[in-house]
Write a protein that binds this ligand. Structure first.
Ligand SMILES: NC(=O)c1ccc[n+]([C@@H]2O[C@H](COP(=O)([O-])OP(=O)(O)OC[C@H]3O[C@@H](n4cnc5c(N)ncnc54)[C@H](OP(=O)(O)O)[C@@H]3O)[C@@H](O)[C@H]2O)c1
Length: 255
């Protein structure tokens, strides 16, 4: 079981992918609750603006794809804070991609940032958390990793892979004192989804997403999924045998 976060005061939290959307809203919500928050992403001006004058905020720009930069930031946080209680991997990218128009460059970019980068970062992070004897990791994945969906050829595969990685970490790290959370949002109105041309059922705000994540981190469960009025149906679809799932998914999505 994960160790729940109930009192955020002075908790040391690092959010990677904090310059906009869900990560930015989560950073602000945790700062308001008294946590110390390091905000990372590539756009430093956004991080500095979000950190504002909050004494407990630290803008720590980096590209998650740069392994050396991640390790250097980890060193700095350990030096400045004396340890880390929670790291949330929120960085991600989404390119709609139909199976009839697979794009090799976009596939490489999507897998690199959504899957390979958090895995590689964990190769540096996990030994530090094990050495400190406690800590938690949250992976912002997606309900699109549950099953194959139209337009999600690269994105869905990257998120399915990330969720699988999180499961493995949870199995092996929880008995060693490290909590691992899998965060599966439905549709959230952020810059990432702003150009989606299709209808997004049960769309929520980034602030609502942040509240759901904080509520989930206060529980002991592995998966934090929301909004439930949407994820309930996706979880049902996940249980269906392929011979029922494929025709139903085609009908529901117009694929
Ligand atoms: N919005 C949704 O409906 C939805 C649903 C399910 C899951 N998600 C997931 O939620 C997470 C956040 O997405 P969002 O919707 O909040 O979109 P967003 O506003 O576009 O946020 C993406 C964040 O990732 C950062 N990022 C991208 N590439 C990076 C890199 N190479 N290094 C460091 N940071 C990087 C971006 O910052 P910079 O550009 O400044 O680097 C930004 O802070 C993503 O993992 C996404 O897949 C979103």
């Amino acid at each position: 079981m994960n160790r729940p976060f109930r009192d955020w005061r002075l908790q040391r939290v690092w959010i990677v992918g904090a310059s906009s959307g869900i990560g930015a809203a989560l950073a602000q919500a945790l700062l308001a609750r008294g946590a110390r928050v390091a905000l990372s992403a590539r756009r430093n001006d956004e991080l500095v603006r979000l950190a504002g004058t909050a004494e407990n905020a630290l803008a720590l720009p980096l590209d998650l794809g740069d392994t050396a930069a991640f390790s250097a930031a980890l060193d700095r946080l350990e030096r400045d804070w004396g340890g880390i209680d929670l790291v949330v991997f929120c960085a991600g990218t989404w390119t709609p991609m139909a199976a009839t128009r697979l794009d090799a460059d976009a596939i490489a970019r999507t897998l690199a940032i959504n899957l390979q980068a958090p895995m590689t970062a964990c190769a540096a992070l996990v030994p530090r958390l094990l050495a400190q004897g406690h800590g938690a990791i949250g992976f912002v994945s997606s309900v699109s990793g549950y099953r194959g969906l139209p337009q999600a050829a690269a994105y869905g595969a990257s998120k399915a892979g990330l969720s699988h990685f999180a499961e493995t970490l949870h199995l092996e790290l929880v008995p060693r004192g490290i909590s691992v959370y899998l965060i599966n949002p439905g549709f959230v109105a952020t810059p990432m989804t702003a150009t989606n041309a299709f209808r997004m059922p049960a769309l929520i705000t980034p602030e609502e997403a942040a509240d759901e994540i904080i509520a989930g981190l206060a529980r002991t469960g592995f998966e934090i999924h929301f909004p439930r009025r949407f994820t309930f149906w996706l979880k049902l679809l996940r249980l269906l045998p392929y011979r029922i799932y494929f025709p139903l998914a085609r009908r529901l999505t117009g694929a």
